[in-house]
Design a protein around this ligand. Structure first.
Ligand SMILES: [Zn+2]
Length: 77
């Protein structure tokens, strides 16, 4: 399936993974974000599915950090 860029209507969108730093509870989370980049105009776009996936990844990382912090707190007492 060819994924044509909606912005320039010429290039093809290529799915790629980028890392975004998200501050959370005083920590910096390096969250992998899926997006599509056009090979022609180099604009980035995120589809609804990608957005949902990114949100889930971010939430999972926050949850695991919280669990980790709780573990540290629990073991220090
Ligand atoms: Zn384009």
């Amino acid at each position: 399936m060819k994924n044509t860029c909606p912005i320039c209507d010429t290039g093809t969108l290529c799915e790629r993974l980028e890392y975004q730093t998200v501050p959370y509870k005083g920590f910096q989370l390096n969250v992998p974000v899926t997006l599509s980049r056009c090979g022609h105009c180099e604009s980035n776009s995120v589809s609804g599915i990608q957005l949902l996936k990114n949100k889930q990844t971010c939430m999972a990382m926050k949850a695991s950090l919280t669990a980790h912090l709780n573990q540290i707190t629990a073991s220090s007492f």
